[in-house]
Write a protein that binds this ligand. Structure first.
Ligand code: SF4
Ligand code: SF4
Length: 317
């Protein structure tokens, strides 16, 4: 997997969990307010995007399907540990490839959590059984269920350049269905192209108005524009001094408020990772239980610097 290869621009850095290349103390982040528990439902996806951060595809099953019973054990642990979680997130791969997707969402909603499902809204979501399940969840739980649709850009050509010909039309078909079913939607776009944030949002606003989607393109929670992860770029290591220099608090970083559960192919049980961004990095695997996942996370990866501390991205809505 791509995350495991050291990048030439960063040779000598990110070698030691506790200290940086110049011997400074590496920054770490405590789990001080766990608000979101993510479940990776499996890495299989119906498409192969050019820049998928987790290398999903129709053949990548490095992370296998989670089951409802496995999700239930973690929802029990949230209660046992007294974590103040308000939201359960499901990501993949394409979550609607997982046959348990509706059951897992129903379980989390019935326990009182808000549920966020990240999807491309294509054929897996549009299967008859999934649509029936989504309608049932909407009728029972209303706006506590949100589907966040990966729509890279409001321009069909740019979206299809990333996801393949015809994918924009398929995703809009899925979004039209969600609109008509009254299911709450958000959108996740990307900043791959030479456009400013406000230009990208203006393009989305025009599309949402034209299609009648109740999504506010100017609200970063409803329309997330992700920064890109350039794996070849040179990035600085983050030391404990950086927080003051950047006027940033460790509590603003995603691993202060969330964890992700995955199940690796061949494993007997799921395991808990520091965040959604480093699914294949052994150092960011914290243990099988939420209790084990309460440890501090040392920011020993280029993504920590580029994507989180300097780029300010969060996967949660
Ligand atoms: S739809 Fe999402 S999970 Fe699937 S390949 Fe594209 S970016 Fe990856
Ligand atoms: S990539 Fe970001 S969220 Fe993940 S461990 Fe690093 S700093 Fe934390």
């Amino acid at each position: 997997m791509k995350d495991l290869e050291p990048q030439a621009a960063n040779i000598g850095k990110f070698d030691n969990k506790f200290t940086t290349a110049d011997g400074s103390v590496r920054a770490s982040v405590a789990l001080n307010d766990p608000q979101t528990l993510w479940f990776n439902t499996g890495t299989l996806c119906n498409i192969t995007c050019a820049h998928c951060y987790i290398d999903s595809s129709p053949t990548n099953d490095a992370l296998v399907y989670l089951t409802t019973a496995e999700v239930e054990t973690y929802l029990d642990q949230i209660a046992e540990r007294g974590w103040p979680v308000r939201e359960i997130g499901f990501t993949g791969g394409e979550p609607f490839m997982n046959p348990d997707m509706i059951d897992m969402a129903r379980l989390a909603l019935a326990r009182g959590f808000d549920v966020l499902v990240l999807t491309n809204a294509m054929r897996p979501m549009m299967r008859t059984g999934m649509r029936a399940g989504l309608q049932e969840l909407q009728a029972r739980f209303g706006d506590r269920l949100t589907l966040r649709i990966s729509l890279d850009h409001a321009d069909q050509e740019l979206h299809d350049e990333e996801r393949g010909p015809g994918s924009f039309a398929q995703t809009l078909k899925g979004m039209d269905w969600l609109r008509d079913a009254g299911i709450r939607m958000a959108v996740a776009g990307r900043s791959l192209w030479d456009k400013t944030d406000s230009e990208t949002r203006a393009d989305f606003a025009a599309l949402f108005a034209q299609r009648g989607y109740a999504i506010d393109a100017d609200d970063p929670a409803q329309c997330v524009i992700f920064p890109e992860m350039d794996l070849s770029a040179e990035v600085p290591e983050i030391t404990t001094a950086c927080w003051d220099i950047l006027d940033k608090s460790p509590s603003e970083v995603m691993c202060a408020s969330s964890r992700m559960v995955v199940k690796r192919k061949g494993a007997n049980r799921p395991t808990v990772l520091a965040c959604t961004l480093l699914a294949y990095e052994p150092e960011f695997e914290l243990g099988e239980t939420l209790a084990e996942a309460e440890v501090d996370v040392h920011l020993n990866h280029p993504h920590c610097a580029k994507f989180c501390v300097l780029g300010g991205a969060s996967c949660s809505a």
